[in-house]
Design a protein around this ligand. Sequence first.
Ligand SMILES: Cc1cc2nc3c(=O)[nH]c(=O)nc-3n(C[C@H](O)[C@H](O)[C@H](O)COP(=O)(O)OP(=O)(O)OC[C@H]3O[C@@H](n4cnc5c(N)ncnc54)[C@H](O)[C@@H]3O)c2cc1C
Length: 390
Amino acid sequence: MEKDIIIIGGGPSGLSTALHLQRSAPELSERMVVFEKARYPRPKLCAGGLVADAEVLLEGLGLDVSEIPHVDGTGAHFDFAGTGITIRVPGTHTLRIIRRDEFDAWLAGKARERGIEIREGVTVKKVQTDALGVTVETNSEVFRAQIVIGADGSNGIVRRCILPGEPVYTARVLEVLVTPNDSKKHAEKEAYFDFFPVPDGIAGYTWDFPTQLKGLPVRCWGIYDANLPDLAGGKRAALKETLAVEMARHGYRLHDLELKGHPIRWFDPLNKLSVSRVLLVGDAAGVDSIFGEGISMALGYGKVAANEIVQAFRKNDFNLKSYRRRILLSPLGQTLIHRWFITYIIYTLRWKWFQILLWRFMKPIVILVAWFLVLNWAKRMPATVSRPAS
Ligand SMILES: Cc1cc2nc3c(=O)[nH]c(=O)nc-3n(C[C@H](O)[C@H](O)[C@H](O)COP(=O)(O)OP(=O)(O)OC[C@H]3O[C@@H](n4cnc5c(N)ncnc54)[C@H](O)[C@@H]3O)c2cc1C
């Protein structure tokens, strides 16, 4: 079967690409399909923390995430061993926490309402390019397309097919859900990040977020390690044991709970993002390396990718060479570069005294850096291009 555009993966990056394309070039989206190997609502390991940038991008698409179950986090704590910086946004939530099965199913529902074709239960097995198009082999049929978008996450097949042998930087992440106990060390509606594992060779933090399952309060705990290549040879504490010790301080026995892990591919400025006729978005391209924050990034990639695709059809030139530059020069690319740089500073300077200084005494500097280099990028994203002349 022939399509103009095939999007592989129906997570936030694939659906954002589809929604932005539908908005800027409805005539193109009529010959577009999204393949999703699972069925909604499908499980996705993720703490579900949505920063304001994600909401800005959703609002730009005319979507209001408060329609789905969520918890409004009233504050975010960035600590070293239990003490540090607290950030609150006056008059509104600091972080909104959703469940990914609900969020992704909602986003897919919105896409369908706008006429976007999504085929669930279709697993892509192989992607191959040639001078005239792309062949996409699935578990059911073989398709041909002019352009393919790899939105299939950190372990995706598309990157492996088009860029075999390219270096891959992946964070190690573990997560567990727990019924809240009555330990009052953490406030009910606040999110906590604790960087105490950095001196032990873990390039990251433990987290504790408030969330909900079917309306009942739950805490989502986890540990993130950017797994920096420069630190890989050194001695590192075990992730699970480090999380277990921290949770025990809060009265939880990790060993009684179901711990799950999934990698997050992070952005490196040298990452290749496309080949002729195929481009990557979201985790497949690489997201934030400091925190592993990827939902807002996935939505942002979708917007830039849509612009690139509309231009490609407008010029009838599918080499997609300008995609990488378009990403790097965009506010999304700028924050990804800044975050990559900051990752190497804060996680390679792993002395305990530096971490204490950073998280406990440098609040004005941390807030300034966060405000100008890490957050608030989405409202500066360029508008979607107007529809191509017919
Ligand atoms: C433990 C953990 C906690 C996290 N917490 C946060 C957080 O709090 N906030 C935040 O912003 N980010 C968080 N992230 C990161 C975030 O989950 C990802 O960055 C985000 O999901 C990326 O979206 P995506 O659409 O690129 O990929 P995904 O969400 O992974 O979607 C990829 C989709 O492609 C489908 N797919 C894969 N292979 C194929 C195939 N061959 N054929 C067809 N379909 C396919 C999959 O089923 C999936 O639906 C977390 C990640 C992890 C692992």
